[in-house]
Design a protein around this ligand. Structure first.
Ligand code: CU
Length: 654
């Protein structure tokens, strides 16, 4: 907007994506980072102009720099709500101003829906399911949130489900299994009891362990897994990210029949790529994964060492394989939806953060120790922003191999099913906190607030570690490009596109109204469950998540693309901006690997092979699929509730 009297001037600010190892750019404390690109016209050539960024309260103002007519790329900003001002020098008066989209969040006019906003009437759509609504305990809500009475009255219209078995064995911590070429593993999914923070729960586990056994194998090896379903429900096992034979990919209805309780299946696995992978069921992940069915697979040597790409484990003092998860518990465990998932809108956020199944991760190291952390996100929907206080961290690798160059990072943004490998050096004796730091959003009052979870403590002894890898740690290694011509694909039009969106019906009045008011602005990532009641009460019967091919209009499993083996396929993932509820989606492709070429048109300057990419709300992400592995493969959102609410398709590689 031009200031009064400043006619003929106009400008536009694009909040561009700062390139980095992640598709979401945030500070260590979770604030979104942007590169402002300001296009200006009509400025007088006789004067000079300066751009500023200011918080709405004007309590903090930062000079961005001089600007001219045309395109001005300015320094990065990390304000949440802000105004951009262009001033004229030397008078200092402003001539143009603009507001960030986040400033459009206002407390809604409550009178507009005051009747529906109160505790009654109950929604007609839910009357049909009154029986199912009985038996739900209350979900916990954050004291930082504003909630309406009618929100507090919402309940999911499905039957509550929790496993019950008071004789189930007590689960044990995960054990490491080193498997050689040709070895056979006996794996069983079953019911266990676990005590977390003094409360005992009946949960699921692989081989009675949390997480399931850590499988350590060598690249190029093959193993056999004799799997037994000891659950009261049907299941399969999916080997996430492993480019195996599709017969053993574990997708019911596509490559195998779901196993009824008591049934067995033999999986033949091969591991062509070094990296950190994981396994989990591919039936009702919103239930089975939430209850504890997941384990890691470390394919060595990783990263490839010696003359090959990557820094080997000989360059670090220690390796830690960490599975991140969050469990939702109230005064009693919060049940899951029997017929259909609860939390179908945003996914089930937990309130107890778990590292390898434990709420208080502990590690003791010596001063100067370099620790390689392999991070896997096994949570249903939570995207984490993790960091270690008082320690430098660099990112080394992602899902299926090393980055083209190592990079210093302040925090790791990891969406569901993604993996990152980071090296951390603990220089100062004392203790370092392992934190998840994000910014929640109180949707009703349009207010951002801080959420900090301490996931664990690393105790650093005063005594120096030997050997000292400090010199190797201080250098950022660079490697040759992953493929020769990745950049040539940047300017090519995509071969295919998918629109990520949703459809809802019969949502309660208060949910519909609040979501409509809220749709004026979506944060790039829904970091925490800040609509706990509305989200909880939305089921897969009311919410259908969609992958739509804009070329054909076909949706979800009807899309059915075919790729020729040995080709590279460029796919554009478009997270629809005008969706009823916009949020991030971690999109996973089975059986193949891909590169993230660009985010919102900004080229990725440091590539890594991946199998899961986090597509922020309202964003466009271009990926380049290496269609090397023939077969039938799923492409889906890895938010467990979105998957259970339809957000999947499949592709065929001939
Ligand atoms: Cu999703």
């Amino acid at each position: 907007m031009a200031a009064p009297g400043a006619s003929g001037l106009s400008g536009r600010v694009e909040l561009s994506h700062p390139p980095g190892p992640f598709t979401v750019a945030v500070s260590a404390d979770g604030r979104s980072r942007y590169v402002p690109i300001i296009s200006l016209s009509g400025l007088s050539s006789a004067r000079s102009y300066v751009a500023w960024v200011a918080r709405p309260q004007l309590d903090s103002i930062i000079k961005l720099g001089r600007v001219k007519n045309g395109i001005n790329r300015l320094r990065e900003i990390d304000f949440e709500k802000f105004n951009v001002l262009i001033s004229e020098e030397p008078s200092g008066r402003y001539v143009l101003r603009g507001q960030s989209p986040s400033t459009r969040l206002f407390p809604p006019d409550l009178l507009e829906f005051s009747v529906g906003g109160m505790g009654q009437p109950r929604d007609t759509a839910m009357h049909h399911h009154h029986d199912a609504e009985a038996g739900w305990p209350m979900v916990p809500t954050s004291p930082q949130l504003t909630m309406l009475p009618s929100e507090m009255a919402l309940r999911p219209a499905v039957t509550p489900y929790l496993p019950v078995d008071s004789t189930a064995p007590v689960a044990r911590a995960s054990r490491r299994l080193r498997l050689r070429d040709g070895d056979t593993l006996h794996l069983e999914a079953g019911i266990v009891r676990r005590t977390i923070k003094g409360q005992t729960y009946t949960l699921y586990a692989f081989n009675g362990q949390y997480p399931g056994p850590l499988l350590e194998v060598t690249r190029g090896s093959q193993i056999v897994v004799l799997f037994h379903n000891g659950l009261p429900d049907s299941t399969t096992v999916h080997w996430h990210g492993v480019r195996l034979d599709d017969h053993f990919d574990g997708v019911p209805g596509l490559t195998q029949v779901a196993l009824a309780p008591g049934e067995t299946f033999t999986y033949h696995l091969r591991f062509p790529d070094a990296g950190i992978y994981w396994y989990h069921p591919h039936v009702r992940e919103d239930v089975q994964q939430e209850l504890g069915l997941y384990g890691d697979i470390l394919v060595r040597p990783f990263p490839l060492s010696g003359t090959e790409r990557g820094r080997g484990s000989e360059d670090v003092n220690r390796e830690e394989i960490l599975m991140l998860d969050d469990l939702l518990v109230g005064d009693t465990p919060i049940p899951l939806g029997l017929e259909s998932p609860t939390h179908a809108l945003m996914g089930r956020f937990g309130n107890v953060m778990l590292v390898n199944g434990e709420p208080d991760y502990r590690l003791s190291v010596r001063r100067g120790e370099v620790v390689r952390f392999y991070l896997t996100n096994a949570s249903n929907t939570r995207t984490w922003n993790v960091s270690f206080t008082g320690a430098r961290m660099k990112v080394v690798a992602s899902d299926a191999g090393p980055f083209e160059h190592e990079a210093w990072i302040a925090s790791v943004v990891i969406g569901p099913a993604e993996r990152y490998v980071v090296d951390v050096r603990f220089d100062a004796s004392g203790s370092s906190q392992f934190l998840n730091r994000v910014r929640g959003l109180d949707h009703l009052y349009g207010r951002f607030f801080s959420e900090v979870d301490t996931l664990g403590i690393i105790t650093v002894a005063a005594q120096y570690v030997r050997p000292d890898h400090g010199a190797a740690f201080a250098a950022l290694r660079r490697y040759p490009p992953l493929i020769a011509d990745a950049r040539s694909y940047l300017d090519r039009p995509p071969d295919h596109a998918l629109i990520l969106t949703l459809e809802t019906h019969d949502l309660p009045f208060v949910t519909q109204r609040l979501m409509q008011l809220d749709s004026i602005y979506f944060a790039p990532v829904e970091w925490s469950g800040t609509m706990p009641m509305m989200n909880w009460a939305s089921t897969g019967r009311q919410v259908r998540w969609i992958l739509r091919d804009p070329a054909t209009g076909l949706e979800n499993t009807a899309v059915d693309w075919r790729f020729a083996r040995g080709t590279f396929v460029k796919i554009r993932l478009v997270n629809e901006r005008r969706a009823f509820h916009g949020m991030q989606h971690p999109i996973h492709l089975h059986g193949q690997r891909f590169l993230v070429l660009a985010v919102n048109g900004v080229p990725t300057e440091n590539l890594a092979w991946k199998d899961t990419v986090l597509v922020p709300a309202g964003s466009t992400v271009d990926i380049l699929v290496d269609a090397a592995n023939p077969g039938h493969w799923m492409l889906h959102c890895h938010i467990a509730e979105h998957l259970s609410a339809g957000m999947m398709t499949h592709i065929t590689v001939d």
